[in-house]
Design a protein around this ligand. Structure first.
Ligand code: GLN
Ligand code: ZN
Length: 765
């Protein structure tokens, strides 16, 4: 009998109950007991859902009040000094202070721990903070309490831990002596706590524990590989069985290491890296369990059961009971329950599977191995085949016009008419901008009034004409403010946009939307990505009327504002039947039409945001160039259909560019605006060794904070930038869009920003 299990279930709840409870607690409307009760109910409900779906071994430890990495930091007593409670007993207040920061009143006060992306997902974890003299000690009972809760409910469970090497890898050493300190030195100090945890779990009657080591899918330095052997050797004698799990990427050069670890089982991700299957199987020691992740934990499509079964049957013949069946990774990254979607049409709904449905897929696959003739197995296989057939023929997916257009793309389509040096002269002559031109990144404050107007329009309470007028009035306000401030290149303010991806997705053919397809992003924050269902195309212009209206209000240059193909793709659930590259190209063609329509409407600058360009980088360096090539190509395809004198801007809101700077240059945008203020222009170090050819707007103030920087500070940053980039190529702008800010602080900051540009112009003259 092949065992079916899951690596983790979404914690947020099918109606985002955890989000609501957390936010009520933070507002002071729900006490700790109430919050704990919500957690207990959610865990009980989620175990039951998984069990009802047919899974045999259920995860514990996948629940977290904010983030599972943070729970581990508490468990290990890795609590930065500034949060350490007086009695040394961390509690929920400590946890939330570490996650969200704390005023001086609580927990010693202090800024929150850093938040960053969990591998290549859109989930964000709290970066563990260590000191050089870090000590670890078991300080948090949550995992044991949850195991007891599950046992009391009669469940057979498998606690999930982040492995010691992955945990250390994710952390950062701070404070005195941090520079030059190798955090691997902390391993010996950390392992005894793992030993203690494993002992406690064994004493609770736990048979199997899952130890997640996703860094086995990364390019690891040799000393980290060695540390794996050392570390797991030390944990070898813990009195329970260990399943080491790797996901999001293939084991590749770490394969020998992974299969050889002195543990009892290995989980691999066959969705991301199917090619590793035969080698893993060959090299797996005969005493070990192999868990095959065949159901995609990161997307919303139903699994092709026949295809999965092909591999599973083969493995089952070889491994028998040593074969386990699982989703590729934790289901944290997929929405909770498709059954909740009451407004999706039957055809589309039939193609989808959320976490609950994925558990059922895993269970039926395991059952199919032992009992292929069972009626539920036959029914599931028939349904899966029907889906495949309906998708193969559906006009909703296959659009011959889009495919023909893709076929007809030539190299010239991703090539501007002239090289940058010639274009920029024409653009300068046409735009007549001063030195140190000032602009903003696109959005202005999304006030309550704006959101209410959008909502009322959606609900039919506002007519089209009333809604248009409400938005026009916002645009008039934004233009007026910008003219008063004396900005050089204006924007319309994006009042009509709920979200920079969804706004465009809603206007493209080929996209679909769910009502409840929420996925946790961090803490109580969830996102609901749009679904790329079929070939993508743009039936009509998407932004032209708004931008034309805005341009009509001013003699200054109005910048058109679009989201780029790579970002559209990264922040959607993609198709699996065609490559990401092809989807990016379809998006590029749709956006290209919009760029050209804006040009035809007299718009002289078009900005194409690529906020997600860098996060698309694969986990393995060897795959970087392949990605960068098609991502760059997609951007060029969407941006190159215009005349030389039309200026193309792009925007990226992060600052780690050093390793991709050549691809950024290859995008061939005329101007790029980037985030740099928080890193004090450090980003520009990349420009020291690489001669970036085009114009750059390094952000001069941080829009994430309400703080209003003064003029001197911005002048200092710009001078610093001018040491690396010729002043004639610099623009002056904030780090990112201003939609999360209020008008008062926005205007105050922009007054100072314009003054900074003027001061520098004066010096130049
Ligand atoms: N134009 C967008 C805005 O200003 C860009 C947002 C982003 O880069 N995340 O809001
Ligand atoms: Zn940005």
């Amino acid at each position: 009998m092949a065992l079916s299990h899951s690596l983790g279930f979404p914690r947020i709840g099918r109606d985002r109950e955890l989000k609501k409870a957390l936010e009520a607690h933070w507002r002071g409307e729900l006490d700790k007991a109430g919050l704990r009760a919500v957690g207990r109910e959610l865990r009980a409900a989620h175990w039951q859902l998984q069990k009802d779906a047919g899974l045999e071994l259920l995860p514990v430890g996948d629940f977290a009040w904010y983030d599972q990495v943070l729970s581990h930091s508490l468990m290990f007593g890795a609590i930065p000094e500034r949060f350490r409670p007086a009695d040394d007993q961390p509690n929920l207040d400590t946890l939330f202070a570490m996650a969200r920061g704390a005023g001086s009143g609580c927990c010693g006060g202090g800024h929150a721990q850093e938040l960053t992306k969990w591998f290549d997902t859109n989930y964000h974890y709290l970066v563990p903070e260590f000191t050089v003299d870090q000590r670890f000690q078991l300080s948090w009972e949550q995992l044991f309490e949850e195991v007891e809760q599950a046992h009391a409910l009669g469940h057979r469970v498998k606690p999930v831990l982040i492995g010691p090497l992955t945990y250390l890898w994710l952390g950062k050493v701070k404070g005195a002596g941090a520079e030059g300190f190798d955090k691997l030195e902390l391993l010996e100090r950390l392992l005894p706590v793992y030993g203690e945890i494993l002992g406690r779990l064994a004493a609770l009657g736990v048979e199997w524990v899952q130890i997640d080591e996703p860094i086995l899918g990364l390019d690891l330095p040799q000393d980290w590989k060695n540390a794996f052997e050392r570390g797991y050797h030390l944990l070898q004698h813990a009195p329970l069985k260990k399943l080491v799990a790797c996901y999001f990427s293939g084991l590749e050069d770490n394969l020998g290491l992974a299969v050889g670890l002195p543990v009892d089982g290995l989980h691999v991700d066959l969705v991301r890296a199917p090619e590793q299957y035969p080698i893993v199987l060959d090299r797996l020691p005969t005493y070990k369990v192999l868990s095959l992740g065949v159901v995609n934990g990161r997307n919303i499509w139903r699994c092709d059961l026949d295809q999965a079964l092909e591999v599973l049957r083969h493995a089952h013949e070889r491994l028998g009971e040593r074969l386990w069946v699982a989703p590729s990774c934790s289901l944290l990254h997929s929405p909770v329950d498709l059954a909740r979607e009451d407004q999706l049409d039957a055809e589309l709904k039939g193609w989808l599977a959320f976490a609950v449905q994925k558990c059922a897929e895993v269970a039926v696959l395991a059952r199919a191995l032992d009992d292929p003739e069972a009626a539920p197995v036959q029914a599931a296989l028939a349904a899966s085949r029907a889906v495949r057939a309906s998708r193969a023929a559906s006009p909703r997916i296959h659009n011959p016009a889009v495919q023909a257009r893709l076929e007809a793309i030539t190299a010239a389509d991703s090539q501007r008419q002239s090289p940058f040096a010639e274009r920029i002269e024409r653009q300068r002559a046409r735009l007549q901008l001063p030195a140190w031109p000032t602009t903003t990144i696109g959005s202005f404050p999304q006030t309550a009034a704006i959101r209410l107007a959008r909502q009322a329009f959606r609900q039919g309470k506002l007519s089209q004409a009333e809604y248009t007028e409400a938005m026009h009035s916002e645009i008039r306000h934004a233009v007026q403010v910008q003219e008063n401030l004396g900005l050089d290149v204006l924007v319309h303010g994006e009042a009509e946009r709920n979200d920079m991806v969804e706004y465009f997705a809603e206007q493209l053919d080929g996209y679909a939307f769910t009502r409840f397809g929420w996925v946790q992003s961090y803490g109580s924050r969830c996102v609901k990505p749009a679904l790329i269902v079929g070939d993508l195309s743009r039936p009509r212009a998407m932004t032209v009327e708004w931008i034309r209206y805005a341009q009509g209000l001013t003699g200054k240059v109005m910048k058109g504002m679009l989201t780029g193909p790579v970002t559209m793709l990264m922040w959607s659930f993609p198709r699996e039947d065609i490559s990401r590259e092809v989807q990016a190209r379809q998006l590029a063609l749709a956006i290209r039409d919009e760029v050209q329509d804006l040009e035809a409407a007299g718009i002289r600058i078009v900005q194409i945001d690529e906020a997600a360009f860098r996060e698309g980088l694969p986990l393995r360096k060897a795959q970087w160039q392949g990605y960068l090539d098609w991502a760059t190509e997609a951007f060029r395809l969407c941006a190159s259909g215009v005349r030389d004198e039309t200026q193309i801007h792009t925007h990226m809101c992060y600052s780690e560019f050093n390793d991709v700077i050549e691809s950024i240059a290859a995008m061939d945008a005329d101007v790029i605006t980037i985030e740099t203020s928080r890193s004090d222009m450090e980003l520009l170090e990349a420009f020291e060794t690489f001669d970036y050819p085009s114009e750059i707007g390094p952000g001069v103030y941080d829009i994430h904070s309400p703080r209003v920087p003064d003029t001197g500070e911005m002048v200092r940053l710009l001078r610093k930038a001018a040491r690396r980039i010729p002043a004639g190529r610099l623009w002056v702008n904030p780090d990112c869009g201003l939609k999360t800010r209020a008008w008062a602080e926005t205007e105050a900051a922009l007054v100072n920003m314009v003054a900074a540009a003027r001061q520098l112009r004066g010096e130049l003259a």
